[in-house]
Design a protein around this ligand. Structure first.
Ligand code: SF4
Length: 232
């Protein structure tokens, strides 16, 4: 029987050995090692990692967190991915609806305590949803922000005791754009409206970046918060 300790060692070894590997090679390793106990998470900003994973593991589970605060375009992208790609989209939801959260914590928690809001609507549902998997892949890239600059391609997610992959960690935005172009990958239409990073719809959580600002500058702008907590 494979234990978490075995997977931790395998993750550290793969992180070293696959540093220069292509995204498909990294995903192939995950498919061969974990099979159906591997999933991809997607914010539905684009379907790049879901597309890559579907080429090595058709029918792969693509996990989406429906916080209840998404833009309609994000839900539409999720539905288009489910309808047109050889993947199995799984939607996770928080324990509380937005109305129930408002009743318990007061309205607009995202403006008053975004860390708590993200914890309730993103971190807890993801932790619960990943229970059935040994490994998960994300679309994290090193060029997205300073906090992501050292993202390993394969790592041990000690909090969740799972292997965590970032198969496009080394990609640049130009490489993402080229892959999208070459493969007709679905994109969230908000990317054509000036958004460069798409999360929940409250303005305090997702705004269009200003002239010359970095891709994730519009996320929780001015609050000092840079991550929702899933990747911390
Ligand atoms: S991004 Fe904003 S609305 Fe979404 S869970 Fe976090 S604080 Fe709440």
């Amino acid at each position: 029987m494979t234990t978490a300790t075995d997977y931790e060692a395998a993750a550290l070894k793969a992180g070293r050995e696959l540093e220069e590997a292509s995204a498909q090679e990294i995903l192939r390793w995950a498919a061969d090692t974990f099979g159906k106990r591997f999933c991809v998470t997607s914010s539905m900003e684009d379907a790049v990692v879901a597309h890559l994973a579907s080429t090595v593991l058709p029918g792969v589970d693509v996990v989406f967190l429906d916080t209840g605060y998404h833009f309609p375009e994000t839900i539409g992208t999720r539905d288009a991915v489910a309808a047109t790609m050889p993947v199995n989209v799984i939607t996770l939801t928080p324990k509380l609806s937005v109305a129930e959260q408002d009743a318990e914590y007061g309205p607009r928690l995202h403006d008053r305590d975004p860390d708590l809001c993200c914890s309730l609507r993103k971190v807890e549902p993801l932790n619960r949803g990943l229970g059935g998997y040994d490994a998960w892949a994300t679309g994290l890239r090193r060029d997205e922000s300073p906090s992501r600059a050292n993202t390993p391609v394969v790592a041990w997610d000690a909090k969740r005791r799972k292997v965590k992959l970032a198969p496009i960690a080394r990609w640049t935005q130009d490489e993402v754009d080229a892959y999208v172009q070459a493969n007709g990958v679905l994109l969230n239409p908000l990317l054509w409206e000036g958004y460069t990073s798409i999360g929940c719809s409250p303005l305090s959580c997702t705004a269009k970046p200003g002239e010359g600002e970095a891709g994730r500058a519009g996320r929780w702008a001015g609050s000092g918060k840079t991550e929702c907590g899933i990747h911390l």
